[in-house]
Design a protein around this ligand. Structure first.
Ligand code: SIN
Length: 277
């Protein structure tokens, strides 16, 4: 079966048209090929149960369940529920996931390539998911900076964004930080990281998880990371996905950074989220 696509932007992203993923179990290879080509894929108008979504994700690869189990789907641990809704006063899912620019789990040695979301409840406005291409960021970077950053390593850490406070867990912030250093130790990745599957170079730093670039002093690091963040996410480089109920949104982490855009906490936004190796 040939899949028909329509571009989302001039530079990256495509919508797959006229596809019911419940009938696409043998199309995993083709969908992955399209994902590597376009970096972001949207498949609209799906009517999926949790099991259907898991089956679709499995057709693309091995599922990596989310590290923390609190908000796994009650029947399918493969699904993380992200939601700002409450049921009987209890949160239905993680209220805010990734509302800062990042590449998923770059704070571990082998981050998963593909993440996908399925829109269950979406606000009429706001709550967009934002994307910027790290291939394009590297391709268009100033030549002098390319020379400076080429062959450098950067430290990525979950600690930059870990939001638990001392009051939540009864430890001091220093103790929380010390525990995280042991449980999720900082890792290094090349600043210019070849995509693990395509080999194409991408600028692999993000506001959310990159702590520092080795070989730069503290001030140079602060200036460089701020510059790269502004450059990579300037308005002309960003695709903002406007959600509709029934959308599946898939993205290729090695060639993108993304962020959950601002949303009204009082208007329900609930998604199923799965990561695939
Ligand atoms: C994420 O970073 O996985 C969340 C994106 C979103 O909810 O829009």
């Amino acid at each position: 079966m040939n899949l028909t696509t329509k571009p989302l932007t001039e530079h990256f992203g495509a919508e797959i048209l006229d596809l019911d993923v419940r009938k696409a179990q043998d199309l995993g290879g083709e969908i992955l090929r399209l994902l590597l080509e376009h970096q972001v894929l949207v498949i609209r108008n799906q009517e999926l149960s949790a099991r259907d979504f898991v089956d679709f994700a499995r057709s693309l690869g091995t599922i990596k369940p989310f590290l923390l189990s609190n908000y796994h789907h009650p029947e399918f641990k493969e699904i993380l529920i992200t939601s700002n809704e409450k049921v009987d006063g209890k949160p239905l899912g993680v209220a805010r996931v990734g509302n800062f620019w990042h590449s998923d789990s770059s704070y571990i040695k082998d981050p998963a390539n593909t993440t996908m979301l399925y829109g269950i409840k979406v606000p009429p406005t706001g709550g967009d998911t934002l994307f910027a291409s790290t291939y394009r960021a590297w391709d268009e970077l100033d030549g002098g900076l390319k020379v400076k950053l080429h062959n450098k390593m950067a430290v990525h850490t979950i600690r930059k964004r870990y939001k638990v406070t001392a009051a939540d867990v009864g430890f001091s912030l220093r103790e929380i930080d010390d525990q995280l250093k042991v449980k999720v130790p900082d890792v290094e990745h090349p600043v210019v990281r070849p995509h693990p599957l395509t080999g194409r170079p991408a600028l692999y730093v993000s506001e959310g998880y990159t702590l520092k670039i080795n070989g730069l002093d503290a001030q140079e690091n602060a200036d460089m990371l701020e510059y790269l963040h502004e450059y990579m996410t300037s308005k002309d480089k960003v695709y903002a996905h406007k959600w509709r109920v029934g959308d599946i949104l898939l993205w290729d982490n090695p060639s993108l950074i993304h962020a959950a855009g601002p949303t009204d906490p009082n208007i329900p936004r609930t998604m199923f989220r799965i990561t695939v190796e």
